[in-house]
Unconditional design. Structure first.
Length: 108
């Protein structure tokens, strides 16, 4: 099953609904961990803080995927990803190039 969520937390500039920015990056997050993903964060590598939870109140079950839009209004390509799972464990991956990456799979 595929879910789609907008990453409103990453919108740094107000864009009209019909206007697409050249800096909108779409990455499909795939969960193959055997656990439910409760939270997902993506932040520019150069920052020390995580942006808002992209999943919000939603969850990503094992075997599911979600397309997220990553747009912080910058031309940055390097992002760090963090997923938090139902058992409280988290997996962090640094330096994901969202300009080139269209899919990212979490495994244990």
């Amino acid at each position: 099953m595929t879910k789609t969520f907008g990453a409103a937390a990453f919108l740094a500039a107000a864009l009209a609904a019909s206007t697409a920015s050249a800096n909108d990056y779409h990455v499909t997050i795939v969960n193959k961990t055997g656990l439910t993903m409760k939270h997902f964060y993506a932040s520019v590598t150069s920052t020390n803080a995580w942006e808002e939870d992209i999943l919000g109140k939603d969850e990503l079950d094992d075997g599911e995927s979600v397309e997220v839009e990553i747009n912080d209004g910058s031309d940055k390509c390097q992002y760090d990803f963090k997923a938090v799972f139902e058992n409280g464990a988290s997996l962090e991956r640094a330096g994901i190039d969202v300009c080139k990456t269209t899919s990212f799979t979490y495994t244990r």
